[in-house]
Design a protein around this ligand. Structure first.
Ligand code: CMP
Length: 140
């Protein structure tokens, strides 16, 4: 598998509990490299654009409220098969279904406040990275 990039968000429940370093340690232990990272406070517009695919879902308003409730850390992760690898490291969306040792099993509070986001495919990874990072902010 070729080297890939994926987009990651450490969500407000993670920054609020000061566990971004603990999560980064799990990311790096899995062999993924953090090649871009910044802490931002998402605007409602940014969150609505980012999660536009979910806009008809009943939880959309709650999701946007949560993602704008505090700071987040947006990241670009690089590595062999990075998209699937990061999804494995994150664990299932619902922490009660996440495998032992995954970020969500260890840290997530609920299906909504689930500590991390990771891209689901190469096309979405490219779109998500471009929403938050200029090319010269990513240093591999
Ligand atoms: P994420 O990977 O960021 O992509 C969409 C997010 O929607 C997901 O993680 C969850 O945090 C959130 N989500 C999914 N299902 C629900 C739900 N039933 N209730 C609240 N939030 C949800």
């Amino acid at each position: 598998m070729a080297i890939q990039r994926t987009f990651s968000i450490l969500k407000p429940d993670a920054t609020e509990r000061n566990i971004t370093g603990a999560i980064n340690a799990l990311i790096e232990k899995a062999g993924l490299r953090i090649v871009a990272q910044k802490r931002i406070h998402m605007t409602r517009g940014q969150a609505e654009t980012f999660y536009a695919v979910h806009k008809e879902r009943p939880f959309f308003g709650e999701l946007v409220d949560f993602m704008t409730s505090g700071p987040v850390v947006v990241q670009v992760l690089e590595g062999d098969n990075a998209i699937a690898k990061y999804r494995d490291v994150m664990g299932a969306t619902d922490p009660s279904k996440a495998a032992d040792g995954t970020i969500r099993k260890l840290h997530a509070k609920s299906i909504g406040e689930n500590s991390v986001h990771g891209s689901d495919a190469p096309e979405t990874a490219a779109i998500e990275i471009a929403q938050f990072f200029a090319g010269n902010e990513i240093v591999g």
